[in-house]
Write a protein that binds this ligand. Structure first.
Ligand SMILES: Nc1ncnc2c1ncn2[C@@H]1O[C@H](COP(=O)(O)OP(=O)(O)OP(=O)(O)O)[C@@H](O)[C@H]1O
Ligand SMILES: [Mg+2]
Length: 420
């Protein structure tokens, strides 16, 4: 069986889609899925044409093929819904869909600048968004979906429809979310789950602030309250409002940069050092971006963000060139063990979140050992002094701080190889 669709893109500085090429997925006689993509000639001849990504789909004539990720090129997979969006779509159609089905069913609020459809001519981009006023309805629908309770605000299908039509479904990630418009910008609303265990929205907000204290370029965020519950609003950095609509910036995850997969069986390819190599190759400002990436890696270790998987890192093209995107999805894991591992290798000795390992790969970030140690010490000191005030300022309770405290600057982090 073969499925195919057109791939659209909003070019830098513009707000409407043009057709970039055609994506096709076919099953081989052995039952494997193979994807192919070809840029349209008209597209390639545009003076302002840009590549979909700087790794697999460089702007060249000819047909690209991939058998990875079920035949989905990284840049296309990055524009598709994840666990949350799929759940919503499943509920809406009353069953599970194929990957291709998710690609086409997802609404036009996906991360980055791409769109997909069956017509050669692109559609008009969706420019109407929910207001923060709609958040109560969205939160209720998200709750009902998670709890499998169809009777809170209409039928299950109606609620899924709310989420699907009203937005957020195409954004990746597993947590319930929606996209809303406020103050001339688009925000990802991340809802609390009733089974969270601590105040997730306030904590994530505090950590984005704490990251900024550490000199990290973190996504802009704020808190709001909807029906007596906290919701985190994270400003979308892949959209900017213009007079005639929204500009869309291309965005590619580290999954794509590393030519890997989400699946933890591909974990051997997950590495900050390899990511640094790729960033060095594609970034318009490699030195600055690598120093920033190094700082983020140390920060993730210092807050025990053990879920810093490759979809939680990205590069962004605000114009023609690529840069590291702002940091997002920063979550502390207050585990007991003093031996903690990040999701990616973070030094020459693997994933271990400890000083000797974290500073060991400094050369790959184009910094010398002295500077690596200085950044480590500086981030650790800031996190040590500021984590609690940052959480308290964001309204996290003292009891929750006590519960979360183990995540920050744990003893094992400081191991510098000098002790047995
Ligand atoms: N501020 C932002 N602007 C644009 N895109 C973003 C922003 N924040 C996150 N994203 C995109 O949305 C996806 C989901 O966001 P996020 O990682 O915060 O959600 P999550 O559900 O907590 O994820 P996870 O499943 O990793 O826990 C990210 O993988 C990224 O592609
Ligand atoms: Mg995430």
């Amino acid at each position: 069986m073969t499925s195919e669709c057109y791939v659209y893109i909003v070019l830098p500085g513009e707000t409407e889609f043009v057709t970039a090429g055609r994506f096709r997925l076919r099953e081989t006689t052995e039952g494997a899925e193979v994807g192919d993509f070809i840029y349209g000639r008209t597209y390639r001849e545009r003076p302002n044409a840009v590549e979909l990504d700087p790794v697999e789909l460089r702007l060249q004539p000819g047909r690209y093929e991939t058998a990875k990720m079920g035949g989905f090129f990284g840049a296309i997979r990055d524009a598709m819904p994840d666990a949350w969006g799929r759940k919503v779509i499943d509920r809406h159609v009353g069953g599970q869909m194929s990957q291709f089905g998710y690609l086409l069913r997802a609404p036009d609020d996906r991360a980055g600048a791409l769109g997909f459809g069956l017509n050669t001519a692109p559609p008009f981009p969706e420019n109407r968004f929910n207001r923060t006023l709609d958040l109560e309805r969205l939160q209720q629908a998200a709750d009902a979906l998670i709890e499998g309770k169809p009777d809170l605000a209409g039928s299950a299908a109606e609620q899924a429809e709310d989420l699907l039509v009203l937005g957020g479904t195409s954004m990746g990630g597993a947590r319930p979310k929606a996209v809303v418009e406020d103050n001339d910008a688009l925000w990802i609303a991340k809802f609390a789950r009733t089974d969270d265990g601590y105040n997730q929205p306030r904590t994530e907000h505090a950590l984005l602030q704490l990251a900024r204290h550490c000199g990290i370029d973190a996504a802009d965020s704020r808190l709001t309250t909807v029906a007596a519950r906290d919701v985190l609003l994270v400003r979308r950095f892949d959209r900017d409002q213009a007079d005639e609509g929204y500009r869309r910036h291309r965005m590619v995850s580290a999954v794509t940069l590393l030519r890997t997969d989400d699946d933890p069986t591909t974990r051997r390819d997950w590495s900050y050092l390899l990511l640094a190599d790729e960033v060095r190759r594609v970034s318009d400002a490699p030195q600055e971006d690598l120093r920033e990436l190094y700082r983020r890696m140390v920060f993730n270790a210092a807050i025990s963000n053990l879920d810093d998987h490759p979809r939680n890192h990205a590069i962004l093209a605000r114009g023609n060139g690529w840069r590291l995107s702002p940091a997002y999805d920063l979550t502390p894991f207050p585990v007991i063990s003093q031996e903690r591992a990040l999701a990616l290798d973070c030094g020459l000795y693997g994933r271990g979140a400890y000083k000797a390992n974290l500073v060991s790969g400094h050369g790959r970030f184009m910094i010398d050992l002295e500077e690596a140690i200085e950044i480590f010490d500086n981030v650790v000191e800031t996190v040590r002094n500021e984590w609690e005030p940052a959480l308290r300022r964001a309204g996290v309770s003292q009891a929750e701080c006590t519960q979360l405290g183990r995540a920050f600057v744990f003893e094992g982090l400081l191991y510098d190889g000098s002790r047995p």
